[in-house]
Design a protein around this ligand. Structure first.
Ligand code: BEZ
Length: 252
């Protein structure tokens, strides 16, 4: 997916603002080496660096990495794909906020993380969990299907049980897990749902001819007005899955 880093930074700051509390689970310390996987425009990477940890940020989007480098020139950032990255070091911890639901090859990314952690190293992540933005995807699928377009789910939003099993398969021990709803105010007070889908839903929009996109997005938005719009603001139901795990020290 092609990201517009400036638009993301300007209008969707809630993504990294909410990430502050994920950094609290990480508890970074001076001297630790930490990899921020899916660092986006680098705000949380910079916050982690303030602890004195030596942090590296990677992201598959060149535009996100260019923005991160220009705002935080003293931090090491690199364009790298979550399913294939191969860095010449291992880390005390891997951190990831709001990224892993974009990576459908979930096994590959866990394999890469595992190989980049020292024995006993920590993995702290937050991603969308089962039920995340179901209101928006439900409304969009209905609006698409009414116009004859097939809606195919794209994001990976696992349940706590499913993700714990996957982590265990990859020799991680889950130490802490939280699964919770987070009602989230959308950036655009007029067209919150339309704008959110234009920012994040490129995969779905590709299935619709350009001239028909806006009417379908507006139909989806209108079907949510009674439930998701109040006091002049649009909301959606984010569901978060937050996990702290460790690489089992003697796993091979
Ligand atoms: C999320 O952070 O949960 C999310 C953001 C954009 C698209 C899908 C999920």
């Amino acid at each position: 997916m092609a990201w517009n880093a400036d638009l993301y930074k300007e209008k969707h700051a809630f993504v990294f603002n909410y990430g502050n509390s994920v950094v609290e689970w990480l508890q970074p310390k001076t001297g630790e080496s930490i990899l921020d996987l899916g660092c986006g425009t680098g705000e949380l990477t910079a916050q982690i660096a303030e602890s004195g940890a030596k942090v590296k940020g990677i992201d598959a989007s060149a535009s996100m990495i260019a923005s991160a480098k220009s705002h935080y020139p003293s931090i090491d950032f690199e364009v790298a794909d979550g399913t294939t990255f191969s860095l010449n070091q291992t880390f005390d911890a891997v951190f990831s906020n709001a990224t892993l639901h974009w990576i459908r090859q979930k096994e590959k990314v866990l394999d890469r993380i595992w190989h980049h952690l020292k024995p006993g190293g920590k993995l702290v992540l937050e991603m969308g969990g089962k039920g995340n933005v179901d209101d928006i995807t439900g409304a969009l699928s209905k609006a698409m299907e009414e116009k004859g377009y097939e809606f195919k789910p794209f994001w990976y939003f696992p349940s706590p049980g499913e993700y714990t099993s996957l982590l265990e398969e990859y020799d991680f021990r889950v130490n802490q897990l939280s699964y919770f709803d987070r009602e989230t105010e959308l950036a655009d007070p007029e067209n919150g749902i339309v704008e959110w889908l234009q920012m994040f839903g490129a995969y779905y929009l590709e299935a619709i001819p350009e001239a028909e996109r806006l009417p379908i997005l507006k139909a989806a938005q209108e079907s949510l007005r009674a439930t998701n719009f109040r006091d002049g603001k649009w909301y959606t139901k984010y569901v978060r899955l937050r996990v702290k795990a460790e690489k089992i020290a003697d796993a091979q």
